[in-house]
Design a protein around this ligand. Structure first.
Ligand code: M6R
Length: 611
């Protein structure tokens, strides 16, 4: 959601801020703005819509200065208009904000009664007026005005503040929403996410809740929630700026789909040994006493695509390690009074590590003394900082709003974890483990084969792109793949799509089938083969246009469906990972054919940092 960038240095701030905002575009936004100190005052430029509008406005009326702040806004309170866009100003105080201020109406009434005049519908403007109010009251001490103000805010925020009377100085504060700080010899930077800082530094300081800081020409001064001066370690982010660029692909999403074979090696390195047929997860040492797990059951919490990975992970862990696993929507978890104790391993799964609901579920688990193992992509993100241990998925930066490579990376990591746990708990025989490890190492090749089907998938995508409703079906581990296929399609093509457990169709959803309704079925040659073929017959009999994602060794499937996407045959554990590829490609090509904004689909944000 909202992107934040701040710069203090010797260069012209405006292009640096615009470049930072460009690198944060993927987070999703509907208006943008910058504030830059020029000729003894701060000048603000804001526009509705895409960054190009802001660039145009700044080309017509340039602002030049050595420090400033920038923002891309994803509307929560008030329409995506120029007046609601950030930065907001009250007196000398200028603010950009990410998050939601829950008590903003209450504060707004108090401040309005004091004579403050509001010009926008946003919750952010309240922060600005509140700081200004304390600033006037306390004899113009900005830092203390900020400290006083943030204690009065309920909700979540990452804020960057300028004072028009203070040169080369930015103030930052955070609670609940991410902020990362970096520096070079001559400059200081702050941003809401890593990619904005990558061109300047890979060593970053991730602010904790309650932290606030002053960034100036002299350096970075960091304080904790009590106002005490503190030091925190910078973390090295092993990403390059190039990794966060399109690299010749039409869209980030397509690039990320095609990166999948390559990232497998990063996931395996140091963890999966073909030579010794072993799985080593040193990062999980703290969760075991020798070979004994410190938990008897597992509870996974996640949202969206990560939730679908969790559902598949449950199958893998239960079937291999025989440990009971529950899976919850993170947004529901807190509200259903979950049964948790110190023997329940809670696994929050999140690509970004900043999803507000997943973070809240994780915090609940910590309150209940549960051991917590995060599965995450972003080094240093909030979810990893709270967890007792983290299994990184090493997918590299994922910029497309639709999650693709993070999904398959999550599945591979969950599978590795399931094998590791099964081995530790003596639930898998050595020769079976050996077979599984050997097969796992073939995954890059299997994924490459699946990607080679792109042209076939593109043709099918064109055929179905006029449909008004598309159904996806699968069974067992492939039911969540059906859910994921449908999610991918709807989020980027805006076509209505739903995924179902194939056996559930006749309990209601089959009523949706009309002449020509596309039905995409995952049909592996496993114990459910005949069952899913029957489900296909049922929808065909009602006029469905059937597309099977089937094994390339299935010789008879082509006579039973309208289209076959033949993926390499593999075990039941790897099939969902391989089948995910054509699902992603199908969604991508439908969306591209329809001409939607594939990487930044309407209404969506990459990282959902508000509840
Ligand atoms: O960063 P997270 O994995 O926690 O994000 C969870 C969901 O918001 C995310 O997977 C979302 O559903 C994607 N847009 C799916 O493509």
């Amino acid at each position: 959601m909202c992107g934040i960038i701040g710069y203090v240095g010797n260069e012209n701030a405006t292009p640096i801020l615009l470049d930072g905002l460009r690198r944060l575009e993927y987070r999703g936004y509907d208006s943008a703005g910058v504030a830059v100190f020029e000729n003894d005052d701060v000048k603000i430029q804001r526009t509705e819509g895409k960054l190009s509008n802001l660039e145009l406005a700044l080309a017509e009326s340039p602002i030049k200065g050595s420090f400033g702040i920038g923002h891309t806004r994803w509307a929560t309170h008030g329409h995506p208009t120029e007046t609601n866009a950030h930065p907001h100003r009250s007196g000398d105080i200028i603010v950009v904000h990410n998050g939601i201020i829950e008590n903003y109406l209450e504060l707004k009434d108090l401040l309005a009664a004091d004579g403050q005049v509001f010009t926008s519908e946003t919750d952010t403007e309240v922060i600005c007026h509140l700081i200004d109010y304390h600033y006037q009251l306390n004899g113009k001490d900005t830092l203390n005005a900020i400290r006083e103000s943030i204690t009065k805010l309920k909700g979540s925020f990452a804020i960057v503040i300028m004072n028009a009377k203070e040169r080369n100085r930015l103030y930052v504060a955070k609670r609940g929403s991410p902020l990362v700080v970096g520096e070079t010899k001559d400059a200081r930077f702050v941003a809401s996410d890593i990619p904005a800082l990558l061109p300047y530094t890979k060593d970053m300081l991730f602010l904790e809740d309650g932290d606030h800081a002053v960034l100036s020409s002299e350096g970075i001064e960091l304080f904790d929630e009590n106002g005490a001066n503190i030091e925190r370690e910078f973390q090295h982010v092993p990403w390059s700026p190039l990794m966060a660029e399109k690299g010749g692909y039409k869209h980030f999403m397509l690039k990320e789909i095609f990166e999948q074979p390559k990232i497998m090696q990063d996931i395996f390195t140091g963890r999966v040994s073909g030579a010794r047929s072993t799985i080593v997860l040193d990062e999980l040492k703290g969760l075991f006493d020798g070979n004994k797990a410190r938990f008897d059951r597992i509870s996974i919490v996640a949202c969206g695509t990560s939730l679908h990975a969790a559902m598949i992970g449950k199958h893998m862990i239960e079937s291999l390690a025989r440990v009971p696993v529950s899976v919850d929507y993170a947004s529901e978890f807190r509200y259903r009074e979950p049964i948790l104790d110190e023997r329940t391993l809670v696994i929050p799964i999140s690509q970004s590590g900043e999803t507000a609901d997943t973070l809240a579920a994780e915090k609940l688990a910590k309150e209940r003394n549960c051991p917590v193992m995060a599965v995450c992509n972003v080094v240093g993100s909030s979810i990893t900082r709270i967890a007792d241990a983290t299994l990184y998925i090493y997918a590299g930066p994922e910029i497309g709003v639709a999650s693709t490579k993070a999904f398959t990376a999550q599945l591979v990591v969950l599978y590795i974890f399931a094998l590791y746990l099964a081995d530790k708990l003596n639930k898998i025989e050595n020769d079976i483990l050996k077979e599984r490890v050997a097969e796992l190492l073939t995954l890059p090749r299997l994924l490459k084969q699946a990607l080679s089907l792109a042209d076939d998938v593109m043709r099918i995508a064109k055929d179905i792109s006029d449909a008004s409703n598309i159904l996806y079906i699968g069974r067992r581990l492939n039911f969540p793949v059906a859910l994921e296929g449908a999610l991918k399609l709807k989020e980027i093509s805006y076509l209505h799509a739903e995924g179902f457990a194939a056996g559930e169709l006749k309990h209601g959803p089959i009523a949706l089938i009309e002449q020509g309704t596309p039905v995409v079925a995952v049909v592996p040659q496993d114990g459910t083969y005949d069952k899913i073929l029957s489900n296909i017959e049922e929808v065909k009999a009602r006029g469905a246009y059937t597309i099977a994602i089937a094994s390339d060794q299935d010789e008879s499937i082509s006579s039973k469906v309208d289209e076959v996407i033949a993926v390499p045959k593999t075990s039941k554990y790897l099939t969902p990972i391989v089948a995910a590829i054509p699902m992603q490609l199908l969604a991508y090509y439908v969306a591209d054919h329809k001409g939607t904004d594939v990487d930044q689909p309407r209404n969506l944000a990459k990282s959902v940092t508000v509840e």
